[in-house]
Design a protein around this ligand. Structure first.
Ligand SMILES: C=C(O[C@@H]1C=C(C(=O)O)C=C[C@H]1O)C(=O)O
Length: 355
């Protein structure tokens, strides 16, 4: 190795780092000024639509080696650090640590935020509702298992807002302290994870082995790590956290297994130009109510992207997503016309990765 060459390059990196540090501190100073303005007006510190606008703009003007994912990872961390210096805010997620919801939360709020692991979806809503946490992260649907009933019930029960969606590609691993699959006597996992990995279990003759459903896949890894002749279907991080050897990666039946999460909070987003809105609708008990509703949306040129029916206390309600923001001109009229039957859950930036 050319020692001089290396030294020169390292000196160059040192001065770039000094420059970066100076610029990031300068940026923090400006964020602080924005924070002061927001404190006066009572506005929310976190503005997902503004953060997206910054990342989109940087991606368009980018000519270097960084791709969108890298720009996003770097800048989301910078934003999260700025916000936390401005006002530290808790993020409550469906635990335990290492769960897919935890991964979704960290992807959005970065390494510097303070996280609280909560054992139930209702507990997360309560935490945000009582202002113990500013943000809550909950799963809403999975591409193989459909909608998460507890989340719909809580969206109906509490008056909190969806402020962002996150879609994660879900991969399961098969982990065990046993070297031989044939020696495994018991498998721990979450009921929906067993369902998502049926073919794998059958292919390895594991469908006859006792399957023990428990509340989380990370807890499954914890149990399997302690108990000989047992295994877990769990996230990669869950196995790593519990020092449980991974025997197989990506064991899910479908190769596009995705989960969508909502971030809930107590404020509403401004329009970003690329929004989605979620609503709950309880139709009056009269003929044609649903048709009339759908026709109104169609006539206003609004694209419904999802419609799922769901039973709450014996009544059928619909969970609906559509393109657009609740303050868009063509959306406002419809929401006003049907205001007695609609509950607006929130307008938020539409993710590129979709379910
Ligand atoms: C600085 C602001 O507040 C927060 C921090 C941002 C940033 O660091 O650029 C962007 C949006 C907000 O989440 C703002 O709203 O402009």
């Amino acid at each position: 190795m050319n020692e001089h060459g290396l030294l020169d390059l390292r000196n160059k990196l040192d001065s770039i780092d000094e420059e970066l540090l100076k610029l990031i501190n300068e940026r923090m100073e400006v964020v602080h000024q924005v924070g002061v303005l927001k404190a006066k007006s009572g506005g929310a510190i976190y503005r997902p639509e503004r953060e997206k606008e910054i990342i989109d703009r940087l991606e368009t003007m980018n000519s270097g080696k960084l791709n969108r994912a890298a720009i996003e990872a770097l800048f989301l961390e910078i934003f999260a650090i700025s916000r936390n210096l401005e006002l530290p805010e808790n993020v409550a997620y469906l635990g335990p640590e290492g769960s897919f919801t935890h991964q979704a939360a960290e992807g959005r709020f970065g390494a510097m935020s303070s996280y609280v692991s909560i054992a139930s979806i209702n507990g997360i809503f309560r935490e945000v509702d009582t202002k113990k946490a500013k943000f809550g992260v909950v799963p809403i649907e999975n591409s193989s298992n459909g909608i998460v009933t507890d989340t719909i019930n809580c969206l109906n029960k509490y008056n909190l807002k969806i402020i962002a969606e996150v879609v994660l590609d879900i991969h399961h691993t098969f982990a065990s302290t046993c070297d031989k699959v044939q020696d495994i006597k018991r498998i721990y996992s979450k009921d929906i994870a067993f369902e998502q990995c049926r073919k794998f279990l059958a292919n390895f003759g594991l469908d006859e082995v006792e399957q023990i459903p428990i509340e989380s896949t990370t807890k499954a890894a914890k149990l399997a790590a302690k108990e000989p002749f047992s295994a877990a279907i769990c996230p990669h991080v869950g196995a790593k956290l519990n020092n449980l050897p991974i025997l197989f990666e990506n064991i899910e039946d479908k190769d596009n297994n995705k989960t969508r999460f909502f971030i809930i909070s107590d404020f509403e987003n401004a329009q970003s130009g690329n929004d989605k809105t979620s609503i709950l609708v309880e139709f009056p008990d009269r003929q044609g109510a649903l048709v009339e509703f759908l026709t109104d949306f169609n006539n206003s040129g609004i694209n419904l992207t999802k419609i799922k029916s769901h039973i709450v206390h014996g009544n059928s309600i619909f969970f609906i997503d559509f393109d657009g923001h609740k303050d868009d001109e063509n959306v406002k009229g419809i929401l006003e016309k049907h205001k007695d039957t609609i509950k607006v859950l929130g307008s938020y930036v539409k993710e590129i990765n979709d379910i």
